[in-house]
Design a protein. Structure first.
Length: 87
């Protein structure tokens, strides 16, 4: 259980900093992190860190296509957990 908690802590920290870095690069009009990469971190369990970073840095919060994918990943994770619990 400790390994899982450490994993989720690290993946959420990575998600937080990637969103922050992407925001910094967007403001500087420089090379950006691909949305696929950001969403992969969310899919791998970085929902909380990425979500908090979106609010903290005010980044990706008005891009509807990204938000739909972001919340779609959350719904898939909830369904996955539900299916694990019921089997």
């Amino acid at each position: 259980m400790t390994v899982i908690l450490i994993y989720f802590f690290i993946i959420n920290i990575i998600g937080f900093f990637l969103i922050g870095y992407d925001k910094k690069m967007a403001v500087a009009n420089k090379y950006r992190i691909a949305e696929k990469t950001l969403l992969l971190i969310v899919l791998l369990g970085g929902v909380i860190g990425s979500g908090l970073a979106m609010l903290f840095f005010r980044h990706k919060t008005s891009k509807i296509s990204y938000l739909l994918k972001f919340f779609g990943v959350i719904v898939l994770q909830i369904l996955f957990i539900f299916l694990l619990k019921t089997t």
